[in-house]
Design a protein around this ligand. Structure first.
Ligand SMILES: Cc1cc2nc3c(=O)[nH]c(=O)nc-3n(C[C@H](O)[C@H](O)[C@H](O)COP(=O)(O)OP(=O)(O)OC[C@H]3O[C@@H](n4cnc5c(N)ncnc54)[C@H](O)[C@@H]3O)c2cc1C
Ligand code: FES
Length: 279
């Protein structure tokens, strides 16, 4: 965290573009109003931002563009309640407040020279996206990249523009699944954890990064353990309601840690040491 910056003070950002990802998820491409701030903004894959809608409130979202992208910062927002509905009602050109980057990140440097298996469910692809984009941009530093992406239906697939590219790419192996059989779908069918078990990736020199709804994380972690992935080779992100985002208000604690500064990225080993039921 930049110690000289006031992390409680939102910067003004303009909505450059809105992408409709699914019936209830949009992506915002934000440009910081201050050109200098935009040019100098840097973040690491997994870090988050607090977006505020004037007159409504502030909520936490993962920065999901590539860390190398200096043109805009992308966030994807699923309509959940008060603030997220207010964000969905915004238009291109309107302004929001942004406090970012906050939190820790995936230790991508430690992952170099290793195979990575990404497992994402629904909007859980958002935290994985900046790490995947970074790994693809630096493919020579990583071994095999595999993404298992699961959603309820084809309509619920986020980032269809990435999926279309990754399907053609030789640099990442993509496995797509939906929960139930659906007309015209010719990929995998079945829950994420079941498909992962059938794939049975080897844990040798491999890290697993898992993001998605709590129930999907729970069953996916069980399968990874069955496949002999050790707890320090498995990374996930936690969602806890945040307020200050800088470790001052105590709103987001899990055990003795604060998700806003010690997380949102944790290894399974760290989580097991923190509390029994972290999901
Ligand atoms: C580290 C982190 C990263 C996140 N990244 C994303 C992201 O990239 N995209 C995205 O769409 N959402 C993300 N979220 C969740 C997002 O912050 C909440 O959905 C949002 O704050 C809900 O605000 P609201 O006012 O619309 O909901 P409210 O009206 O306050 O509540 C509506 C419903 O959402 C639940 N809810 C509210 N906040 C959270 C939360 N933090 N975690 C889980 N459930 C919550 C409430 O219990 C309630 O059931 C993230 C949360 C965290 C903590
Ligand atoms: S949100 Fe305030 S301590 Fe984490």
């Amino acid at each position: 965290m930049d110690k000289l910056k006031n992390h409680l003070l939102p910067e003004v950002a303009t909505i450059k573009e809105i992408i409709k990802e699914t019936p209830n998820i949009i992506s915002l491409q934000l440009v910081l109003h201050d050109e200098n701030s935009m040019r100098n903004f840097s973040f690491k894959p997994g870090q988050v931002g607090q977006i505020s809608v004037f007159g409504f409130g502030e909520s936490t979202f993962v920065i999901n563009s590539s860390p190398s992208n200096k043109e805009y910062l992308q966030f994807s927002i699923m309509k959940a309640g008060f603030n997220t509905t207010a964000i969905h009602n915004l238009s291109e050109g309107e302004k929001v407040g942004l406090r970012a980057p906050l939190g820790n990140w995936f230790p991508y440097e430690d992952m170099q020279g290793k195979k990575i298996i990404f497992v994402g469910g629904g909007i859980g692809l958002a935290p994985l996206r900046p790490l995947i984009l970074h790994a693809l941009e630096n493919k020579n530093k990583f071994k095999e990249l595999t993404l298992l992406y699961a959603a309820k239906t084809p309509e619920d697939y986020c980032f269809k523009y990435d999926i279309a590219e990754w399907e053609k790419s030789r640099d990442i192996k993509l496995i797509q699944t939906i929960d139930n059989v659906c007309y015209g779908w010719d990929r995998e069918v079945g829950l994420c954890a079941d498909v992962l078990e059938r794939m049975a990736p080897s844990p040798a020199n491999t890290v697993a990064v898992v993001c998605g709804p709590p129930i999907m994380i729970k069953f996916t972690l069980q399968v990874l353990k069955k496949l002999n992935f050790t707890d320090d080779m498995i990374y996930t992100t936690l969602e806890r309601r945040m307020k200050c985002g800088i470790g001052k208000c105590g709103r987001c604690n899990i055990g003795e840690k604060f998700v806003c500064v010690d997380g949102p990225v944790f290894t399974l080993k760290e989580l097991n040491n923190l509390c029994e039921n972290f999901i």
